[in-house]
Design a protein around this ligand. Sequence first.
Ligand SMILES: [Zn+2]
Length: 85
Amino acid sequence: MPRTSSTVPSACGSANRAKLPMKIVAYAYEAAIHCPRCTLRRFHVDSEDALVGVLDREGNEVWPVFSIDENASGHCDTCGAEYGD
Ligand SMILES: [Zn+2]
């Protein structure tokens, strides 16, 4: 009789992608830092995942600013809203 166990160990390492301690507070592109909302609108995407590998007008990758970065607080260059904690 086959035994169906509910205690199968889950694959190690697959869980730490979604649980990063740092979060993205803003994005750097076109020589300035912008809040996520303006970034999504600027690049016409509806998900921050879609920003991976996107290039700005200058041909540089859109770069996430994390909450642990030293420039993690300031004002969005597009709308002026404060980002960061
Ligand atoms: Zn903004």
